[in-house]
Write a protein that binds this ligand. Structure first.
Ligand code: PLZ
Length: 455
């Protein structure tokens, strides 16, 4: 069927009616039985956000095996930006897998890997010459960016931020800030990783009027006195922090950090894994302030759910590694590359960058209206189709995890999937497919209103 959202010139092909429909308790009986098998068969180390089993998904709707249609405000953690099962992606993936599914790019190369790199080199910010490397996951891309930055600079140290999230492998656990659940008991961690303060406006203890200057002063002091700027290979930062709670740094902070890197010969790496591919009303979040990173790490939204990630950087940095110094069996798999080319096509043809800003306006307006009504909402923040509310004990800034859990549970019962986040486990984040219709998003927002009213 065809959905035409009012107000925005876009047509999305979907196989499921784009409407919420709850026909059983959540989880329903079939999901409950399947969840028992999940417990029996899968590692207890895995988490779960919503206790249902997905049968199919289309546009911004998940259909579970009990027949419930759930509005998806998670998009697989900011992955299905172009919506679930868009035929532009599906058709390309089917055609590619029928053609061939694997030859290993470093054994017998193929064209669509090169095409994805050409696209990335063109859309990643900066007029300089760029080159790209494709891998399988966000964490693997971060690891490779750091390998390359160290190789190029011949320096060991990596600087990361409080509240950051960069992955679950050994090096990326070291780069990630939050102990529980990501790091607890999994050490020892990789050395030469240094953590500096993040200007988190809602929780900054200093003078809010000089937050950017004060944060830069604290960071550069730490780098110069405790590490030595000449020992720092790279500064790695999420332009808007994802798992850490959608922390948006104050205006001027990222440009100042970039300038410091340039002055000291430090590689500036932007982790755009969660913020990339039209998520924030820009193709990449750094564009908001015209920041040009030396390297950009991407994953998630790049291939609509097929495992693909990338490192894109200045060609002199990317070419500094000896031949065969980089690689991996599956990196840039042709089926994943076919999906990525479909994603690039949809972002352009459906104007998803503009659409993301539009979704952001609806989300932001709705969430600010809720904040005016419910004092449990301490702050609304984010950009484009990446917004969050931080919940507090009313009248204070004390984190309110209990309220977060109740609101999320209420939404699930009514057929709306939202995700949590935050160092203090008190943030509800909204990462809808960018193709979500206005009607569906407003319906989800009315459920959210009821959820806060029920507290
Ligand atoms: N960098 C900024 O957001 C992944 C983690 C989900 P991978 N975030 C979702 C979970 O619980 O494991 C992420 C990110 C940023 C890197 C990563 C890592 O990407 O593809 O999960 O390895």
């Amino acid at each position: 069927m065809l959905i035409k959202p009012y107000n925005f010139p876009m047509t999305v092909m979907t196989n499921l009616p784009q409407e919420r429909r709850v026909v059983t308790a959540i989880p329903g009986p079939k999901s409950q039985a399947a969840l028992a098998r999940r417990t029996e068969a899968t590692s207890g180390g895995l988490g779960i956000a919503i206790p249902v089993m997905v049968e199919s998904a289309s546009g911004a709707i998940l259909l579970d095996i009990d027949g419930n249609q759930i509005i998806d405000l998670a998009a697989g953690i900011g992955v299905n930006n172009v919506g679930h099962s868009d035929p532009e992606v599906v058709d390309r993936v089917i055609a590619q897998i029928q053609n061939f599914s694997h030859s290993c790019f470093t054994v017998a190369p193929y064209l669509n890997y090169i095409e994805v790199c050409e696209k990335l080199n063109a859309v990643v910010p900066g007029a300089h010459k760029k080159k790209s490397l494709l891998v399988n996951s966000g964490a693997e891309a971060v690891e490779n960016a750091i390998k390359i930055a160290r190789h190029y600079t011949k320096r060991p140290a990596i600087v990361v931020f409080e509240h950051s999230y960069h992955g679950r492998t050994n090096l990326t656990m070291a780069l990630t800030a939050k102990n529980m659940p990501y790091k607890e008991g999994f050490g020892p961690f990789a050395p030469e990783v240094y953590r500096v303060p993040m200007p988190y406006p809602f929780r900054w203890i200093g003078d809010p009027s000089s937050i950017t200057e004060d944060a830069i002063e604290m960071i550069t002091h730490k780098i110069e006195k405790e590490i030595g700027a000449h020992n720092v290979a790279a500064i790695l930062i999420e332009p808007i922090q994802g798992e850490g709670g959608f922390v948006v740094p104050p205006k001027g902070f990222l440009p100042a950090l970039q300038k410091y890197c340039t002055d000291k010969g430090i590689i500036f790496i932007a982790d755009e894994v969660q913020t990339g591919f039209a998520r924030t009303g820009h193709m990449f979040a750094v564009e908001e302030e015209g920041v040009v990173p030396d390297m950009v790490v991407t994953a998630k939204g790049i291939a609509a759910g097929l495992p693909l990630a990338a490192v894109t950087g200045r060609s002199e940095i990317m070419d500094s590694v000896h031949a065969s110094g980089l690689g991996g069996t599956y990196g840039g798999n042709p089926v994943a590359c076919a999906a990525a080319l479909g994603v690039f096509e949809i972002i352009e043809s459906q104007k998803l960058v503009e659409r993301s800003a539009h979704v952001g306006k609806i989300l932001g307006d709705s969430l600010r209206a809720l904040a005016a009504k419910y004092p449990v909402i301490g702050e609304v923040r984010g950009r484009g189709a990446m917004q969050a509310v931080e919940l507090v004990i009313p009248g204070s800034k004390e984190p309110n995890t209990d309220a977060m859990n109740k609101v999320v549970k209420y939404c699930q019962q009514k057929g709306v999937l939202v995700l949590t986040a935050g160092t203090y486990s008190n943030v509800i984040r909204f990462l809808p497919p960018i193709v979500i219709s206005d009607e569906l998003l407003l319906d989800a927002m009315s459920v959210l209103d009821d959820a806060f009213a029920s507290l």
